[in-house]
Structures are given as C-alpha cells and as structure tokens.
Design a protein around this ligand. Structure first.
Ligand code: COA
Length: 134
C-alpha cells in the first residue's frame, strides 16, 4: 500500500505463480491502482518499482498482468516499464465494456528500471504483499 501523509492512496497486489510444466515462477500483478487525485505524482511508479525490485532480488524475470483494452492510461504506464502486449483475450471480463483485455508481459528485469521518482514521494510509505500459489 502507498500512503501520502497518513492517507492510503494506492496499492499493488501480486502473486507468485508456477509456470506450467516446470519449476519456474512468474509474478502476476492482480491489481495496481492510485486514487485519482493522487495520480501523476509518481506513486504508481513507486509501487510498481517496489514489486519489480522484489522480483529482481528473487531472480524472477517474468511479470504479467491483464488490462482492459480501452485502458490507454494504464497501457502507456506499463509500456514505460518495458511491458509489451503479448496476447489479446476476448470476453475476459463479464461485467464491464469492452470485455476484452490485453496481457502485458515484461521479461528480463534489470535494476535500471528504478527511476527518479523518490523526490516526489517524500511522504509516501509503501508496503507490499505477495501471495504464494501452491
Ligand atoms: C495506472 C496508474 C496506476 C498510474 O499511477 P500514477 O501514480 O498516476 O503513475 P505515475 O505518477 O507514477 O506515472 C508514471 C508515468 O506514467 C505516466 N502516466 C501516468 N498516468 C498517466 C495517464 N493518465 N496518461 C498518460 N500517462 C500517464 C506518467 O506521465 C509518468 O510518466 P513520467 O514518469 O515519464 O512522467 C493510475 O493511473 C491508476 O490507478 N489508474 C487506474 C487503475 C488502473 O487502470 N490500473 C492498471 C490496471 S491493473
């Protein structure tokens, strides 16, 4: 979770997944969100970098997520971190329009993703939780 002063303004939740047929693991970003008035301040960057940093430390090179096909803000945001559209899934969502999603995937995590957003987050404190799938 990300706090601005004492207000919780954002969160990221991820889980570890075992890849089919092998011992490799990858990370799935279940959700990443920042409250609208606090967007554009670097908080989303801080949250995502923290998750990617943990992946890097655990030698996990693949991270992926689903995003609605019309969510251009989020798609552009993730592309800045090296995510690419690797799949389109029709009718992924059952209760929103359009129901289609892209799968965004990032491989080869390197330390250089860390960017200079720290100055913009003097009052931001983050925590991070990862669920392990068995
Ligand atoms: C996507 C989201 C998490 C980004 O969070 P944020 O705190 O606003 O992002 P940042 O301030 O760290 O911005 C990082 C970069 O993305 C860009 N960016 C962020 N929001 C953007 C927007 N709405 N349009 C275009 N670019 C955007 C910024 O320009 C910034 O680039 P820069 O560092 O070169 O200036 C936030 O917009 C959000 O919560 N959206 C709604 C939920 C959602 O769609 N989540 C993703 C699907 S899981």
């Amino acid at each position: 979770m990300a706090y601005y002063s004492d207000i919780c303004v954002g969160a990221i939740a991820c889980r570890l997944e075992k890849k089919e047929g092998g011992g490799q693991v990858r990370v799935y970003i279940m959700t990443l969100g920042v409250l609208a008035p606090y967007r554009g301040l670097g908080i989303g960057t801080k949250l995502l970098n923290h998750a990617l940093d943990l992946c890097s430390k655990q030698n996990i090179s693949e991270v992926y997520l689903h995003v609605q096909t019309n969510n251009e803000d989020a798609i552009n945001f993730y592309k800045k971190f090296g995510f690419e559209i690797t799949e389109t899934i029709q009718n992924y969502y059952t209760n929103i329009t359009p129901p289609d999603c892209y799968v965004l995937t990032r491989n080869n995590i390197i330390a250089s993703y860390l960017r200079g957003s720290d100055q913009r987050l003097l009052h931001c404190f983050m925590g991070f939780a990862m669920d392990v799938l068995h």
